[in-house]
Design a binder for this molecule. Structure first.
Ligand code: HEM
Ligand code: SF4
Ligand code: SF4
Length: 527
């Protein structure tokens, strides 16, 4: 990880930690920005549909109908209007934070380009929704937006007649132009929904609903804000007058004052250039090396665990092609694979109890095979000495590991902690290769590979295949999800863990395990 990225990641984790202290990792809004985006989208849709019942789409009636909504039916449609406005502002905030976060977390390069690139049009669509929405109020703000936007569009030079002419005077304004705006305000959210759906297509179990407490808390806050500070219109539009002062919504309209200072063409160049840069970011250096996972059909029984655990929908289960007695086989789509190794950690054949000559699992990472991991584990364990010997397995996106090395501590770095099959913990501890195992990686709730920590915890807790066997003493296993900024915390945790191990009695050596099951048999480590 480059120094700058490490620094920005540490900064992000510091802010995350403040929120963790206030909300806990499960309700931390910064861990669920995409899901909050969906939530705010749905609030704007539901409130928008309700408003549309009372909204009059005629240019001369629109303002009056909104006055009715705000002042007469303030308790229902009025609240809906405020919810509509504040949820759309909140959508801008979470979307911008989400973009920055994904960038800092480096979740955009290599095979992960897709979500990033499909996120970019969402930026334009969200702004188009908001701007057309303000237009529909037809107050002085709408008048200002209408004139500034059409002048800006005219700078593109693609319209035969300048469209800003529509707003020269009241006689020039056609109702049809206003109806077009209403149509845009309804059509764009539908296009947005389609793009949002495409945006998450390469994510397994994409999180589109925030945690329940966060959802209720956020909705409550929006309701309180709506009642305390209801959304209102400004003075009605009057094309015979030049609008001198308008109150801007800075979330949506911050760029408008720029139009008074720079030409429309310059602003198009700036926004067009920024969009292009965003679209190219996933391919800018440093290039990421991603060698896709490989399936070995001789060892694949078609159980589907790898496909269920892959966070990036890179594995599909297809009809068997080799005539073996199983119905399906795993197939990796190379262009989607980010080499995280979660699939190898899920495969029942990835067990170090198998003889080394046989240790080719159903699915493996060429850059770090399960066989190589076994050899590295044994070599690291062989170098341990003294009491309370600990093997630390950590992911390369978490805290720095090298500083932990000591006569009684060895470290092994993995692309993701969930590459490590639970049988390795069993192997290390019951075969007495070490007295304890410490797992570390990204902060809980913010796994670089999305689901790695969750799968690891569920596997250790016996809630997800492959299970950690019950015979493995849990007091000899410790997890510390410290993140890049948590090196000191990890060191303290390691010291406390070793002190605890010291106090435990000697571990009885397990009887050697029989050779591993043939593919198709149930995993030997199932508790
Ligand atoms: C309306 C706006 C947006 C919504 C509702 C939204 C929603 C989401 C959701 C639900 C996820 C999946 C999170 C997970 O379960 O891991 C996600 C992932 C992602 N989004 Fe967005 N997003 C929006 C805009 C953007 C924008 C503007 C960008 C950047 C240009 C972006 C980039 C990404 C990236 C890079 C990922 C993660 C990909 C990965 O982990 O491989 N999104 N988004
Ligand atoms: S045996 Fe391994 S490679 Fe085959 S489907 Fe199961 S988990 Fe995937
Ligand atoms: S390494 Fe495995 S789990 Fe990770 S993306 Fe590739 S196929 Fe999916």
């Amino acid at each position: 990880m480059s120094g700058l990225r490490q620094l920005s990641r540490a900064g992000l984790e510091t802010v995350d930690n403040w929120f963790n202290r206030a909300f806990g990792p499960a309700w931390n809004p910064l861990y669920q920005l995409g899901a909050l985006g969906w939530f705010f989208y749905w609030i704007t849709i539901v409130s928008g549909v309700y408003l549309f019942v009372f909204f009059d789409t005629g240019i001369n009636q629109a303002y009056e109908s909104l006055e009715y909504i705000t002042n007469v039916q303030w308790y229902a449609a009025g609240v809906m209007r405020s919810l509509h406005r504040y949820a759309s502002d909140a959508l801008i905030i979470v979307m911008m934070l989400h973009l920055m976060r994904e960038y800092v977390m480096d979740r955009l390069r290599g095979a992960r380009w897709f979500s990033w690139v499909t996120g970019v049009p969402l930026l334009w669509l969200v702004f188009a929704c908001g701007i057309s929405g303000y237009w529909m109020v037809w107050d002085v703000l709408a008048q200002y937006i209408a004139i500034a936007s059409t002048e800006w569009l005219d700078a593109l030079g693609i319209f035969g007649e300048p469209i800003a002419r529509n707003f020269l005077n009241p006689q020039a304004l056609s109702g049809r132009f206003f109806t077009l705006m209403v149509f845009i305000h309804i059509a764009v959210p539908l296009i947005m929904l389609l793009v949002m759906w495409i945006h998450i297509q390469r994510q397994t179990n994409a999180r589109v609903n925030p945690a329940k407490g966060l959802t209720l808390g956020t909705l409550g806050m929006l309701l309180v804000l709506s009642l305390a500070e209801p959304a209102v219109s400004q003075a009605p539009a009057d094309l015979s007058k030049v609008t001198a002062v308008v109150n801007l919504d800075w979330f949506f309209l911050a760029a408008y004052p720029l139009l008074d200072r720079v030409s429309g063409g310059t602003l198009w160049a700036v926004f067009g250039g920024a969009t292009l840069l965003l679209l190219l970011l996933p391919w800018l250096p440093p290039k990421r090396r991603e060698v896709p996972a490989v399936v070995d059909l001789d060892n694949c029984n078609g159980c589907g665990r790898c496909a269920a655990d892959c966070p990036y929908t890179a594995i599909s289960m297809e009809p068997r092609s080799d005539g073996a007695a199983f119905t399906q086989e795993a197939v990796v789509k190379d262009s989607l694979c980010v080499s995280c190794g979660l699939c190898a950690g899920a495969c029942p054949t990835s067990t170090p109890f198998r003889r080394t000559t046989e240790l080719i699992p159903g699915i493996d990472l060429p850059d770090l095979t399960i066989r190589a991991l076994r050899e590295q584990t044994l070599a690291a364990a062989a170098g341990l000495s003294g009491a309370a010997r600990v093997l630390v397995f950590g992911c390369c996106h978490g805290p720095a590991l090298q500083a932990l090395r000591a006569p009684g501590v060895a470290v092994l770095e993995l692309p993701c902690i969930a590459l490590l099959p639970p049988s390795f913990l069993d192997f290390v501890i019951t075969r007495k290769h070490a007295d304890g195992v410490l797992l570390t990686g990204c902060p809980e709730g913010n796994c670089h590979h999305r689901l790695g920590i969750m799968w690891t915890e569920q596997r250790l807790a016996g809630e997800r295949d492959p299970y950690l066997r019950k015979r493995v003493p849990r007091e000899r296993i410790r997890a510390c999800w410290a993140g890049v900024s948590g090196s000191r915390r990890l060191q303290k945790e390691l010291a406390a863990f070793r002190a605890g191990l010291d106090g435990l009695g000697p571990l009885e050596r397990e009887r050697p395990q029989p050779a591993s099951p043939a593919p198709g048999q149930e995993q030997e480590h199932r508790a």
